[in-house]
Ligand binder design. Structure first.
Ligand SMILES: Cc1cc2nc3c(=O)[nH]c(=O)nc-3n(C[C@H](O)[C@H](O)[C@H](O)COP(=O)(O)O)c2cc1C
Length: 350
């Protein structure tokens, strides 16, 4: 049931409703701002079982925009910890999505994109020197030293996340960002051990997961968000995702967060309600690993159907949460489901 507990390693979620990671472009030099406290804190007040912070950059050149949240230095920890502590007061667990934008790093904010002649970042790095789209900077091909450096940045970011008190870490390996760029043949034309065969393309992510798992507590769940398919001819497939999910499980990953797309600017996605649920369902069944689904989940009945029919263990919600921070409480009240309401609001609701 959607409003039942879910235990993953040492963490118990009070329900299966998760706020999906969403970039807020509201940071300066990677630091959290008041916006983050209000934005994330209100979803904790609103009854979410788990709240994910947005794609949080493990190094400055891995930012999607200059206003991205970051976790590349120790000074970032305190602000993150304040948010985690506030959310914990309302029984929500808090996760952080560790990310590197790769060739999709951009030197300007999204609202400035229209006026930019050559898109992307002149400092972008990627597995291969291939553009995301026409009029994008050509990224620098990563050498072995770059690979080691970025992997270490993920490890150090994970250590900081533990120090900040996060309950869960998610590695962002989706949406055409750096790790996905290693996975997909569309963006990875390497001829060394990080390119070519499926096993080689999986290597960068598997190494990151192994190294991160080694520095976080045994009791801490580790999620990986995948683009389960590329929506592009000759791209990454669901069969590839199943293969990868099995290997991720062996390395100590607990949940595959099943998204899709993002590898090419020209890609066209046919999105409709629940369109990514079949990915979650198949990976859960074939790789025998817990899954989270996401994408155009808009109603209580839709979410309940997914969980109760065992098509995913968790349901992540993005845009509906932007419209209503109190979505879990609202769904519960309108379906006669018992839910704890913050004492500050009790007189208003009853
Ligand atoms: C404003 C916004 C920012 C997003 N930022 C991220 C992000 O930081 N990391 C990520 O993995 N997905 C990101 N996404 C994708 C969402 O997490 C989610 O997968 C997507 O919106 C589909 O779910 P929905 O239909 O419930 O919105 C973002 C989506 C939106 C709308």
């Amino acid at each position: 049931m959607l409003y039942s507990h879910e235990k993953i390693r040492g963490v118990t979620l009070k329900n299966r409703i998760v706020m999906s990671p969403m970039c807020m472009y509201s940071s300066h030099d990677g630091f959290v701002s008041d916006w983050h406290m209000v934005h994330l804190g209100s979803r904790a007040v609103g009854g979410a079982g788990l709240i994910f912070l947005e794609a949080t950059a493990v190094e400055p050149r891995g930012r999607i925009s200059p206003s991205d949240l970051g976790i590349w230095k120790d000074e970032h920890i305190e602000g993150l910890r304040n948010i985690v502590n506030f959310c914990h007061n309302f029984g929500a667990k808090v996760g952080i999505q560790l990310a590197h934008a790769g060739r999709k790093a951009e030197d300007y904010n999204p609202w400035e994109r229209e006026s930019v002649k050559i898109k992307g970042s002149k400092d972008a790095i990627a597995p291969s020197p291939l553009q995301f789209g026409n009029n994008w900077h050509i990224p620098k091909e990563m050498n072995k030293k770059d690979i080691e450096e970025v992997q270490n940045s993920f490890v150090n970011a994970a250590k900081r996340a533990v120090e900040a008190g996060f309950d869960i870490i998610e590695i962002h390996a989706a949406h055409g960002y750096l790790i996905h760029e290693f996975l997909s043949l569309i963006s990875n034309h390497r001829t060394d051990e990080y390119g070519g065969s499926l096993e080689n393309r999986e290597r960068f992510l598997l190494e990151v997961v192994k190294k991160v798992r080694n520095v976080i507590p045994e009791s801490m769940p580790l999620f990986v968000r995948l683009s389960c398919v590329d929506h592009v001819e000759d791209g990454w497939t669901l069969e590839d995702s199943i293969h990868l999910a099995k290997r991720l499980k062996e390395e100590g990953c607990d949940v595959i967060d099943c998204s899709s797309g993002g590898i090419l600017e020209s890609e066209v996605v046919n999105a409709y309600p629940g369109f990514q649920v079949p990915y979650s369902e198949k990976i859960k069944r074939e790789a025998k690993i817990k899954t989270m689904t996401v994408g155009l989940i808009k109603s209580y009945y839709q979410a309940e159907e997914i969980i109760s029919n065992n098509r995913a263990d968790l349901v992540a919600i993005g845009r509906e949460f932007l419209k209503d921070p109190y979505l879990p409480i609202r769904w519960a009240l309108s379906n006669n489901i018992k839910i704890q309401i913050p004492k500050q609001y009790l007189r208003g609701w009853f």
